[in-house]
Design a protein around this ligand. Structure first.
Ligand SMILES: [Zn+2]
Length: 363
């Protein structure tokens, strides 16, 4: 090789605009929060968005873990063999977006109705089920508001982060203000690693609009079914509507963003521990130490209970699911989830009996 020109491939080196420290940036990063001074460095200066932080507890992280070990019903029996391997504070960037969704819906359906008649013959009586079909048009307006939480990261371990976001939502609802603007926080007190936000506010809004439309669509479909039945029943006194089949259903979705929170850096305490040389994880809300997620060793006793659980889970949850659906409205969603959970639950629990890890989420 003689005298070739070697072109150096060097990316731009990003430095903190306030303190000059080098910043660790990936192609997805939209804002890099300086690990030394906490200054939010926006990579694309074209847009910025407020950033707030929920400061993590100052007291020792280990104590949060050991406190859980001593109070948790199952863990307190195992704690002598538990070894804490690693525990960290991680700040997860999240948004909560409030969206109003509305629809002027319309559709055409054929409703099947039945009635039972008692017919007298010379041999006595017999019953006869009669069927008729009625075509109805259904239309109306629907409007509802949704709060959509999302993690401002391209990839996130939702199993751990979802319960954390859900738990924090309770504080937002109660208007308990734990948030501090990032410019106001004393960075020396912030212990932990901040995950750089990778999803900008406009993308967050788009995602929230989609989610809101999806939720609204399900609600409107339920309402249209009810309306079609009611209409058909009114037109045929004495007949009971059974099936609804749709010729067409038009459910447009209009959305309006009512509110988007700042990027909220939520502290999460993430722990790895071993029990009899196997590795498990647990996560706690960084602001109050509440457990939000844990994988727990399954002991022989729990294994048997899991298996017995498998025999009943689909029956119990499935039943609750059906009851929920009949209640309609809000309960119907929970009912639907219960139903699926009942079916999935029995399969999951059967597998669970064969495994050593039990996943426990926030109740
Ligand atoms: Zn800095």
């Amino acid at each position: 090789m003689s005298g070739g020109h070697v072109e150096e491939m060097r990316g731009e080196v990003f430095k903190c605009q306030r303190c000059g420290a080098p910043l660790d940036i990936s192609p997805e990063t939209i804002v890099a929060i300086c690990p030394y001074c906490g200054y939010p460095n926006w990579i694309n200066q074209a847009f910025t968005h407020p950033i707030v932080i929920v400061p993590g507890k100052a007291r020792g992280l280990d104590r949060v873990f050991y406190e859980w070990l001593s109070i948790d019903e199952e863990m307190k029996h195992l704690k002598d063999k538990v070894v804490l391997k690693n525990i960290d504070m991680i700040y997860v960037p999240v948004y909560y977006v409030s969206v109003s969704a509305s629809s002027h819906y319309r559709g055409k359906a054929t409703v099947t109705l039945t009635r039972t008649r008692v017919i007298k013959t010379d041999k006595g009586t017999r019953t006869e089920v009669q069927t008729r079909y009625i075509t109805v048009y259904v239309s109306g307006n629907y409007q509802d508001s949704y709060t959509i939480p999302l993690v401002a990261r391209r990839a996130a371990d939702r199993r751990i982060i979802d319960p954390l976001i859900e738990y924090y939502y309770g504080f937002l609802e109660k208007r308990e203000n734990l948030q501090v603007p990032i410019e106001k926080v004393d960075w020396k007190d912030v212990k932990g690693q901040v995950l750089a936000p990778e999803i900008g506010p406009r993308d967050a809004e788009d995602y929230a609009r989609d989610q809101a439309c999806e939720s609204m669509h399900k609600e409107v479909e339920k309402r249209m079914n009810t309306e079609a039945r009611e209409k058909a029943a009114l037109m045929s006194p004495g007949w009971i509507p059974t099936f609804v089949s749709w010729h067409y259903k038009i459910i447009p979705c209009r959305t309006r963003i009512e509110n988007i929170t700042p990027i909220i850096l939520l502290p999460m305490i993430h722990a790895y521990y071993t029990y009899q040389r196997r590795l498990y994880r647990a996560a706690f809300a960084g602001w109050d130490g509440r457990k939000v997620y844990s994988e727990e060793p399954v002991t022989q006793g729990a294994r048997i209970i899991s298996y017995i659980g498998a025999l009943f889970a689909s029956g119990i949850l499935g039943g609750a699911g059906l009851a929920g659906i009949y209640l309609g409205g809000e309960a119907a969603i929970a009912g639907g989830i219960g139903l699926v959970a009942g079916l999935a639950g029995s399969y999951f629990l059967t597998r669970e009996a064969l495994k050593d890890v039990e996943v426990e989420e926030l109740e």
